[in-house]
Write a protein that binds this ligand. Structure first.
Ligand SMILES: Nc1ncnc2c1ncn2[C@@H]1O[C@H](COP(=O)(O)OP(=O)(O)OP(=O)(O)O)[C@@H](O)[C@H]1O
Ligand SMILES: Nc1nc2c(ncn2[C@@H]2O[C@H](COP(=O)(O)O)[C@@H](O)[C@H]2O)c(=O)[nH]1
Length: 188
């Protein structure tokens, strides 16, 4: 069975970092999603996101889409199919609302990885260091979506793998175990 690792959690918990590590270390490609938010320094169109206008965003064929801190985000059916054409295990980075939709739509094909940190105060520091614009950081930290995504949705209790990403070396160890389990299931 083809699997999608759905990486979710609050802003700054390390979702993108984990998806990049899975790609580089385990050849797990990430499904590229669509957004109307402006690029951050270093981000590239069609690599980090499909960067869209409000008009072009509406022309996609979305499996799910959300508004997050004032911008639109969405993942397309075509993006999922494209990723599955290249690998049996793929990943996607979503807010918790999107993660729930993915689980409803894909059932057992979706494996949810929920990232947390022990001290939420570090999250703002992390996104400041990443180079986000200060006004956008403030808006994000004040948003309902930010507060919501600090908690694992109750529907996913017991069904998600939770990783406390305080220490990157420990997180890499947890990801190694997860990939070993997934690969065993695929071969078995
Ligand atoms: N374990 C860690 N310790 C310290 N810094 C980390 C750790 N993991 C990731 N980071 C750093 O934190 C910042 C935010 O990480 P990342 O962009 O992966 O978060 P994210 O969850 O994808 O955020 P967002 O939802 O806002 O896109 C990055 O600069 C990243 O290098
Ligand atoms: N439900 C969806 N959430 C998405 C999608 N693409 C990204 N995201 C999530 O949005 C927030 C903000 O992302 P950022 O890159 O601006 O920091 C974050 O939680 C992402 O995981 C999507 O297609 N659908």
């Amino acid at each position: 069975m083809q699997r999608v690792i759905v990486i979710t959690g609050a802003t700054g918990t390390g979702k993108t970092t984990v998806s990049q590590y899975l790609r580089d270390r385990y050849q797990v490609p990430r499904i590229i999603t669509h957004t109307t938010r402006p690029k951050r320094p270093g981000e590239r169109d069609r690599v980090d996101y499909y960067f869209e206008t409000k008009e072009s965003f509406s022309h996609n064929h979305f499996l799910e889409s959300v508004t997050y801190s004032g911008y639109q985000y969405g993942s397309s059916y075509e993006g999922l199919e494209r990723a599955f054409q290249t690998a049996p295990i793929v990943s996607i980075v979503l807010d918790t609302k999107g993660a729930l939709t993915y689980v409803r739509e894909l059932g057992d094909q979706a494996l949810v990885l929920f990232l947390t940190v022990s001290q939420t105060g570090v999250l703002k520091d992390r996104i400041e260091r990443r180079g986000d614009q200060l006004a956008m950081i403030e808006a994000r930290i004040q948003s309902d979506e930010y507060r919501r995504d600090l908690q694992l949705p109750t529907e996913l209790d017991g069904a998600a793998t939770v990783i406390q990403n305080d220490d990157w070396e420990q997180t890499k160890g947890r990801l190694g175990s997860l990939m070993a389990d997934l690969t065993r299931v695929k071969e078995g």
